[in-house]
Design a protein around this ligand. Structure first.
Ligand SMILES: [Zn+2]
Length: 801
């Protein structure tokens, strides 16, 4: 799956909650025991589940009911007992109420305990193979599937039913199985699920039955259901895989930008992995009010419809990364599945990693470097919370996704391209249509390369922490002495890191020398040969930024300036620029402008603009004037974000952004102009009156908020409407925030806030609760909120003081 930015799990655990498993390894059979103590995190989430039966096949029919918000279902499982005396089967069945349970056509006893269905009372006829377990049931929610829009009496919200897991609508046991699933619903809607669509049968009562088949055993949890008003287009990959990409018929102009590069992704992954796409076909559908970015159920990905973009949304956020991430899961996640929570990284790190490589192949190396910087930032954000290892069930999203992706970069650097690819192909083929663990992965890598990489996996998978290098250098006549200290805090699970990296020395004549060094202990010193005995102008540690690390490297400004313009790699120049942040514009202006003029690179430009935003020197001003009209939307965005308006004449430099091809730039320009000269807001509002924007109607929301502030109080009704259940969650959030900024609350908006708070999607309920908490700080508003909770038949939760 892919988390969208706003929904990332923030997992934090107190150190006190941790317990350390102390293993005593005794060395030396004869001598007095010389003991080495190795500490590791204990992880209850690394346990395998208790499996009583082996599910082979599921034949199910379900009929969603928009009145009850549940389904009526019949599920027949074919299974083999795994042990001779199977007498209890437990299934995960939240919200499911069985009418009967039969085993081999004879009634079995069952009870519900919380979310678990416990089946006992087995007939004597259980055989070693191909038993039938039949369950007829109804479900009642509030679990999956989610019913979207059916509560909107105005019928403006899209009506959909979707699920990205079987939980709540099919009794579940985690296993791999083949499936025949038939879904019956009103013929006015299309129905989407996994695998081949065998038939669509029109029934007498105005419904249609859609029969889907998964002919290869796939992870049962990886099951989807989507019902809605859709159309689809069919395409084929170069290798002949049929693609079926769904879209909203009223948004056909969004189809191409949304699914851009989709077939290229197949070509890239099949070539890179050297394993063909493992399933018969692939399809995708957007869904409304989705919980995450997307979910890769087998052969059928579903994604948040907010990621369906038109051309103007491309650089706001396009779907390429998530699209290829989910596609990668068809190999890592569905073809090979992990089981215990400690092995999540095997699915998520690999998907994040290959998505990044695909983007590099399309958007180039600088884009890839920018992505890696973002991954590093997230990995360190997680590191501020705790130091769980990557292969741990509590590692958290930023580790499973971003840190893991960086660890794979480092693994590939360590092994070299060809061995890495060979090992990955072997791993995929070895565990095809099966489950694999972290140790299976390591063993597969060893089997075909013979490389003993235990130290690498131990350091980056099973132990927490990241290195922090403190670097200094002294230039001697014929060499440069480099000192590297590892200053990360020592913990029971983390020692000094081992790493091989590149150090580059730059000389006053413009030449450079490159040196590979291997770090191991706490302190290391290296002599970098300087055969021509040239004066050193800068040193770059970890050239290419390949290591996940913190770096303390105090350099004189002249050395930074020389690196920022002289280093060969963009990422090295960028690193030198970021090290200038604490210097004043007067000191660094010349060097920053030189760095920007040397390259039109977005990474460099953005950094320079962020450091010169308050500088009104003519050189900086002309940099901004150019950047505000730069053809690259992201450079224009960095310029508008950092630009400081100081006199009325400056508004002329950003006025053209009110009709920028990028929706975000338009919103930023509108807000900036109107905040600077509110008395001219009417003119800028008139210029942008026809703009809606993209996700959450971003431009219209800014527009309405500014209009109300400018005295058009009648506009408040439009904002209030947008906060109602007739709109998607992002529009509701934006409207809620705008009204909150305006300090507005009346009885009907209070009800909309409570409805948003009560929504099943935490992406909406959380900001709604934040707004409620702030409103409730004043007595008058608190009364309105309490009345709204009453009116909705809900209890107002306790406020945190
Ligand atoms: Zn994923």
């Amino acid at each position: 799956m892919s988390k969208s930015n706003s929904s990332l799990l923030k997992i934090s655990h107190s150190r006190k909650q941790l317990s350390l498993l102390i293993l005593l390894l005794i060395y030396g059979p004869v001598l007095m025991a010389q003991q080495k103590i190795v500490s590791q995190y204990e992880d209850p989430g690394s346990a395998y589940e208790n499996r009583v039966i082996d599910l082979l096949h599921l034949e199910a029919s379900v009929e969603p009911d928009t009145i009850t918000g549940g389904v009526a279902g019949l599920a027949v499982y074919t299974f083999n007992p795994l042990r001779p005396y199977t007498d209890t089967i437990t299934m995960y069945a939240p919200g499911i109420h069985p009418e009967y349970v039969k085993i081999n056509n004879k009634n079995a006893r069952f009870t519900l305990s919380g979310q678990t269905l416990i089946i006992t009372g087995f007939p004597a006829s259980i055989s070693a193979n191909n038993n039938l377990l039949e369950i007829k049931y109804k479900s009642s929610g509030p679990y999956e599937p989610y019913f979207v829009g059916w509560d909107d009496p105005t019928r403006r919200m899209r009506r959909q039913i979707w699920a990205h897991r079987p939980s709540g609508w099919i009794p579940f046991i985690n296993d791999r199985l083949t499936v025949d699933l038939t879904i019956t619903f009103s013929s006015k809607y299309l129905v989407y699920s996994n695998g081949e669509r065998i038939s669509v049968t029109q029934n007498q009562d105005g419904t249609s039955s859609w029969h889907y088949r998964m002919a290869h055993p796939h992870p049962f949890f990886s099951t989807a259901l989507v019902i809605g008003k859709y159309a689809w287009k069919e395409m084929k990959t170069t290798s002949g895989i049929p693609l079926e990409y769904w879209y909203y018929p009223d948004m056909e102009d969004h189809f191409e930008p949304t699914y851009r590069y989709s077939t290229e992704m197949f070509d890239f992954l099949e070539k890179e992995l050297d394993v063909s796409y493992p399933w018969e076909l692939y399809r995708q559908a957007p869904v409304a009010d989705y919980l995450y970015g997307a979910m890769e159920t087998t052969t059928a990905t579903i994604f948040g419809d907010y990621m369906a973009i038109d051309e103007r949304g491309w650089w706001g956020r396009n779907y390429v990364n998530v699209n290829v991430h989910e596609l990668t899961h068809q190999w890592f996640g569905n073809y090979i599945a992990h089981q215990p929570g400690s092995d999540v990284w095997l699915t998520e790190s690999l998907a994040t990693y290959y998505a990044k490589l695909f983007e590099k192949s399309i958007f180039g190396n600088d884009y890839y470097e920018k992505e890696r910087l973002s991954e590093q930032k997230k990995a360190f954000t997680q590191a501020e919370q705790d130091d769980y290892p990557l292969a741990h069930s509590r590692a958290g999203s930023f580790r499973w996704y971003q840190k893991g992706s960086l660890v794979l970069d480092m693994l590939r650097d360590e092994m070299g391209d060809s061995l890495f690819r060979k090992a990955m192909t072997h791993y995929l083929k070895k565990f095809a249509f099966a489950e694999a663990s972290s140790h299976d992965f390591i063993k597969a890598f060893y089997e075909v390369t013979g490389l003993p990489l235990d130290w690498f996996f131990d350091q980056w998978l099973f132990r927490g922490g990241e290195p922090h290098f403190e670097v200094s250098f002294t230039a001697r006549p014929d060499y440069t002495e480099l000192t590297v200290r590892q200053i990360q805090p020592a913990t029971p699970t983390t020692g000094p890191f081992r790493a091989t990296t590149t150090v580059v020395a730059g000389y006053t004549d413009g030449s450079t020398s490159s040196h590979r060094i291997t770090l191991s202990g706490k302190d290391s010193t290296f002599r970098l040969a300087n055969k021509k005995r040239l004066p050193v102008s800068y040193v770059i540690f970890d050239s290419g930024n390949r290591l996940l690390k913190k770096l303390t490297f105090n350099r004189a400004f002249d050395q930074l300036a020389a690196a920022a313009t002289g280093a060969t790699l963009t990422i090295d120049r960028y690193e030198a620029l970021t090290a200038m942040r604490s210097f004043t514009p007067a000191v660094k202006r010349k060097a920053l402008l030189a760095a920007a003029s040397k390259s039109e690179n977005e990474l460099i430009y953005t950094e320079v603009l962020s450091q010169l935003g308050l500088d009104k020197d003519p050189g900086s001003s002309s940099l901004f004037t150019g950047a505000l009209r730069h053809p690259d939307a992201l450079i224009r965005r960095a310029a508008i974000e950092n630009y400081t308006l100081t006199n009325p004449g400056d508004t002329a430099h950003i006025f053209h952004l009110l009709s920028d091809p990028d929706y975000i730039n338009t919103e930023l320009a509108l807000r900036k102009l109107c905040a600077f000269m509110p008395e001219k807001a009417g003119f800028w509002l008139a210029t942008t009156a026809g703009e809606t924007g993209w996700r959450g109607r971003n431009i219209r929301m800014a527009w309405l908020e500014i209009a109300v502030r400018s005295g058009e109080s009648n506009r408040i009704d439009e904002l209030k409407d947008f906060a109602s259940p007739s709109f998607d969650f992002e529009t509701r959030i934006n409207a809620i925030k705008a009204l909150q900024n305006l300090g507005f609350l009346d009885p009907s908006h209070a009800v909309n806030l409570v409805k948003a708070y009560h929504h099943w999607n935490p992406k909406l309920s959380r900001p709604a609760w934040d707004a409620i908490s702030i409103y409730a700080a004043t007595e008058k508003n608190r009364v309105l909120i309490e009345k709204a909770f009453d009116q909705e038949g809900l209890t107002l939760p306790q406020f945190k003081n």
